[in-house]
Design a protein around this ligand. Sequence first.
Ligand SMILES: [Zn+2]
Length: 82
Amino acid sequence: MNHKGVKDRQKPEYLAGVNEFLHFAFIRKSDGTMLKCPCLNCRLVLSQNRKNMQCHLLVYGIDPTYNPWVSHGESIQEIDNE
Ligand SMILES: [Zn+2]
């Protein structure tokens, strides 16, 4: 997924991207797990659970500089294969 080109957060592509990211980030996590939130408000400093992170990404938007998603388990190898 590449969210860099998605500027309009009202578009279904953005919502799909957010859900894809959340699925990826939380796939091996138990309910209530807190992860660094890549929204423009938290900027990977504050941690949020999945529900709050989804809200943040829809309301504040994702940090456009945050790619690759190394903090959430995506390896450099996977990125090279995209
Ligand atoms: Zn946030």
